[in-house]
Design a protein around this ligand. Sequence first.
Ligand SMILES: NC(=O)c1ccc[n+]([C@@H]2O[C@H](COP(=O)([O-])OP(=O)(O)OC[C@H]3O[C@@H](n4cnc5c(N)ncnc54)[C@H](OP(=O)(O)O)[C@@H]3O)[C@@H](O)[C@H]2O)c1
Length: 310
Amino acid sequence: MSLSLSTSSEVVCLQSKVYNRLPYSKTMLHELLLPYMASTVRKSTALYLRPTLVTFSLEVGSIIPLVVRPPTVLLQSPEPNTVVFAFGLAKEGASVVLAARRLDALEGVKRKVSAYGGRVLVVKTDITKKEQVENLVSTASAQLGPVDILVSCAGVMYFTMMANVQTEEWDRTVDVNCKGLLNCLSSTVPGMLERGIGHIVAISSDAGRKVFPGLGVYSASKFFVEATLQALRLETAGSGLRVTSIQPGNTATELLGMSTDAEAIKKYGEPTGAKVLDAEDVASSIVYAVCQPEHVAVNEILIEPRDEPI
Ligand SMILES: NC(=O)c1ccc[n+]([C@@H]2O[C@H](COP(=O)([O-])OP(=O)(O)OC[C@H]3O[C@@H](n4cnc5c(N)ncnc54)[C@H](OP(=O)(O)O)[C@@H]3O)[C@@H](O)[C@H]2O)c1
């Protein structure tokens, strides 16, 4: 077969068309496409995925809702946080679906990324509502093709003492961090299994490995995330699915600002003075996970401020 391609977006088109029929092995496909790719593009499984990502969070202050394929693109952009990754995706022709509740913020990201040439779809979604998540995934599939990579990022974190029984905040934690993840999985995993390929990435926490005082219910919710991902990984081994848990420590985002339990904040929520992670640090770990060769699964990444080990 001979191919005549000149731009990376054409590469992606070709990959989309060819992938399902797979008349060529992935290695052959890579070799065919390589001459047409930017020098920064690395050989990675992600390259062969139809370029539709669904992600549940957004820009300002939040940890990476997006995934970029060639990691080098990530380093080239001066833009912070999400936009960095969206630019990277756009440059390589990937399609990105952004989902969260604040439409204006999503539109802001979309404007920046679209200007760069990427296909970006915005779908207002509350992940605690199963029907909204189902609508998100079906809208994404209809407009951009099946979802290949899901980055489930949305989360809440309230410092609360167990004795102070702030039950509304506990409920909210369970709704977003636990049920929200399940809604994301139920809407994407069956399709991935059917197609024999897919990557689930969920932002857990170092609190998914160790309980932090003042963060009991939050830690419990992240233990839930870990258990759910472990079960999914074990039950689907051999199916083509990859399941990655990202476990960040303290990261400079807006997450810290939502707590109301003054006692818990005073006792356990004050900064230690250590340099905490930036969103980009966590984003890099996701990029690493999704850009591995097909036979490699990065199942967990614990990434923390150097001076705050658990
Ligand atoms: N920051 C840290 O130190 C840290 C450490 C370890 C793990 N994490 C985890 O990292 C993830 C992201 O947190 P972050 O630090 O980036 O916090 P953030 O800046 O507050 O971002 C949270 C994001 O979740 C979205 N979200 C919240 N509720 C939602 C809902 N019901 N439906 C859809 N989207 C919702 C928010 O968008 P909308 O408000 O527009 O919906 C926002 O974009 C969380 O899972 C958190 O547990 C954070």
